[in-house]
Design a protein around this ligand. Structure first.
Ligand code: GDD
Ligand code: MN
Length: 386
């Protein structure tokens, strides 16, 4: 369930604000992933300090830096705030990894992640914490709820790109802006998440899925363009999103995803089967042999593709043992396939144009459900999670 924040001031909300005040005073850990942001560090620290004084906040700021060597360390030191420090990371680089690393080092009960380039208004933090206090599990600073916006000079490419990426995440979460890098959650919820292994930029999406958050609030923000330094969001980073999505889909819809991938491989097997059959037919083999040849080649290609993709968690297993298993389990399906195909061929279908191909297709369909069940639950059964 997604809940938009309504800021009406009835008594209930006032109680919540009191609660939020207590929560805020017990402390916020603001985690800022940075890579080459030396120019922006003093600017964001000034803004956080202003907020800190105005709202009387207890907080720490952790810059999680991937060894920028651009004066970032000195910039944090020069600012001279005892509540701000920088962690220079030299291994396991990457935006998501840096954020998660920062969360595990945080000392306060509320965790907040914000970009260093001043794209995110830190002034929205109190409202985000209030949302946590009113029962939300995760709060996003969102560009796409009413009241939210982006700077006008967002190119059409960046806009479409962001919208398509959001759409692809729809089955994982209903929130409007799951791509946002500005969010807040409780440390206790973070600590109970499923194992995290994000790739790329979408750390909020990772947390929503792996922490099983149902109550996600979105607080509208204005997303400003960065004034200093450069964006690190390259095409290569964006392609990682597809990989990340695959992992998250598998995590959330494990069985359906195995079946879906199995179907895709199966579809490729149909092509292999019919291609073989056609070639053999052209080479003058008898119909029954063509049907058998198509089945044999597709079994091999299906095995290899399922091993590599559908059941990739079992890739280290002995390939020959798995192949024998695959063929034995498939053998009944293949027999079903072959028998049905021959039967259909003998019927009036055999006399139709492309009758042999049609017979092969009906055979394939008959053998398929059978194969899936055997493979998923016998040959490639899950022994460990990669
Ligand atoms: N530690 C670390 N390691 N930090 C990184 C890395 C990295 O490999 N790459 C980027 N960062 C830091 C940047 O220094 C910045 O503070 C923040 O992560 C966001 O990086 P940008 O390069 O400014 O990314 P962006 O503006 O294109 O993307 C932002 O907006 C997207 C939505 O449009 C981020 O907030 C994304 O998470 C968000 O999806
Ligand atoms: Mn940015």
């Amino acid at each position: 369930m997604t809940v938009k924040m309504e800021m009406n001031l009835d008594t209930q909300v006032r109680d919540a604000q009191e609660l939020a005040r207590i929560q805020v005073q017990s402390g916020l850990s603001i985690i800022i992933p940075t890579y080459r942001e030396a120019e922006n560090i003093p600017l964001i620290l000034q803004r956080i300090d202003k907020l800190r004084q105005e709202q009387n906040l207890t907080l720490e700021v952790l810059f999680m830096d991937d060894d920028s060597r651009d004066g970032s360390v000195e910039a944090v030191e020069r600012a001279g705030f005892d509540w701000a420090r920088i962690v220079v990371r030299t291994s396991d680089r990457g935006l998501s990894q840096a954020v998660i690393d920062g969360f595990t080092r945080a000392q306060y009960p509320v965790l907040i992640c914000v970009d260093c380039d001043l794209s995110h208004p830190v002034e929205a933090i109190p409202q985000m914490v209030l949302a946590l206090a009113t029962g939300q599990q995760f709060v996003l600073g969102s560009r796409y709820v009413s009241g939210g916006s982006t700077d006008d000079d967002w190119g059409i490419f960046r806009y479409i790109n962001s919208r398509v990426a959001t759409l692809l995440a729809r089955p994982l979460t209903q929130v409007r802006d799951p791509m946002s890098g500005f969010f807040a959650l409780r440390r206790e919820d973070f600590n109970t998440s499923d194992p995290l292994n994000p790739v790329g930029y979408k750390v909020a999406l990772e947390l929503i899925v792996k922490c099983h958050f149902d109550n996600v609030a979105e607080v509208p923000i204005h997303f400003s363009d960065r004034q200093h330094g450069e964006s690190k969001l390259t095409l290569r980073e964006q392609l990682k999103y597809i990989k990340h999505l695959r992992r998250l889909y598998i995590h959330k819809f494990a069985n359906a995803m195995y079946f879906l991938q199995f179907l895709v491989v199966g579809a490729s097997g149909v092509v292999v089967n019919l291609a073989t059959l056609t070639l053999m037919l052209l080479a003058g083999f008898p119909n029954a042999a063509c049907l058998a040849g198509g089945i044999a080649t597709s079994v091999v290609s299906n095995f290899l593709l399922n091993r590599r993709f559908t059941f990739s968690y079992a890739r280290e297993g002995n390939i020959w043992k798995q192949f024998i298993g695959f063929v034995s389990v498939s053998s009944l399906g293949m027999a079903v396939n072959y028998a049905v195909a021959l039967g259909v061929l003998k019927s009036s279908v055999g006399a139709m144009p492309l009758g042999l191909h049609l017979s092969a297709l009906v055979g394939i369909a008959s053998g398929m459900i059978f194969n899936y069940i055997g493979n998923r639950y016998v040959i490639f059964r899950k022994t460990h999670i990669r």
